[in-house]
Design a protein. Structure first.
Length: 104
C-alpha cells in the first residue's frame, strides 16, 4: 500500500468499581419504630439529619420494657444525631426522627 497509512484504534473502557451515589443515602431504617437489635437492626453507628424542634427521640435498651431500669442511653435531638448501637443492646426505639443511615 504505497502512499497509504493504515490507522488502527482500540477503544475500551475498564470499570474497576462503581458505587452508586444513592447507596450512601439509602436509609438503614425509618425514623419511627421499635427495632430489635440483630433481627431488625445490626449493631453499628447510625446518623439521622434534618430533625427540627427537638422532636427526634431515640432510646437504646437492654430489653423490650423501655422503663428506666431497661435504658442504656437516650436522647432528644435537634439537627443531626449520631448513635452507636452496641451488640449488647436488645432494642432501639426512635420517634419523630429522620431516617437513620449506617455510617460505621
Amino acid at each position: 500500500m504505497k502512499g497509504r497509512a493504515a490507522l488502527s484504534a482500540t477503544v475500551g473502557l475498564v470499570v474497576i468499581g462503581v458505587v452508586s451515589a444513592n447507596a450512601e443515602e439509602k436509609a438503614a431504617f425509618a425514623g419511627n419504630g421499635d427495632f430489635r437489635v440483630g433481627p431488625d437492626v445490626a449493631p453499628g453507628t447510625y446518623r439521622t439529619t434534618g430533625n427540627t424542634g427537638g422532636s427526634c427521640h431515640w432510646e437504646r435498651s437492654k430489653d423490650s420494657g423501655h422503663g428506666p431500669a431497661s435504658l442504656i442511653a437516650e436522647g432528644d435531638v435537634t439537627g443531626t444525631a449520631v448513635v452507636t448501637i452496641g451488640g449488647e443492646d436488645a432494642h432501639f426505639r426512635t420517634s419523630g426522627c429522620g431516617d437513620w443511615k449506617k455510617t460505621g
